[in-house]
Design a protein around this ligand. Sequence first.
Ligand code: SF4
Length: 240
Amino acid sequence: MSRDVAEQLKRELSGKTPQEILCWAAAFFVAGECALASSFGAEDQVITDMLEKEQLRIPIFTLDTGRLPQESYDLIEATRKRYGIEIEVLVPERAPLEALLTRYGPNLFYESVELRRECCRIRKVEPLAGKLSTLKGWICGLRREQSVTRTGVELVEWDGSFGLIKINPLADMTDAEVWDYILQHEVPCNVLHAQGYPSIGCAPCTRAVKSGEDIRAGRWWWEMPEHKECGLHREQHKPS
Ligand code: SF4
């Protein structure tokens, strides 16, 4: 796979529905070469539901940082049971995490953007990078509408950070369309959404948002908006 292939696919798949994109991915990649990275957000749950309804055998994995809210663990369990599926759980490597916490303490993310990013790197990015090195394509629930850091999201794009094709089947969907789908299909969702959390990450780094705030305003709320990514989805999504 290469950037050129991704560019060609982007043109070919322009205007397709999320379900059509997922069916294409299941046919295009050899079994096990493409997987859904789910953080169990509303969008990831929509994709999981679509995969099951279309009976597409695309595996799902998730990153357990060790700092998720209990409500997210409850949703992982509810999703396993509802769809009868196995979800691969990736955890951080023990030695660097122990060293980081020993040196800077358990709440280091509030000290500086650099320390926050180091925590995200060890707990999220490194486990993800290890998994992506075994794949040729990964599926994400990113949407252009989600934040100022995601306005350049494409349906299919080359992920230069990790060297594989990235598929964002919901890139064109609005927030209202996501929630219409969830209600219509009774998709299991995180109970925190109903408590004002549109985007849910680790417990200490997520708060509820106020009316009129950006969807991701509650993530690392003490930082400037342009810093609010954890390294899983990098610079490519900013407007050029
Ligand atoms: S979101 Fe917060 S707790 Fe989770 S990995 Fe990033 S800095 Fe660490």
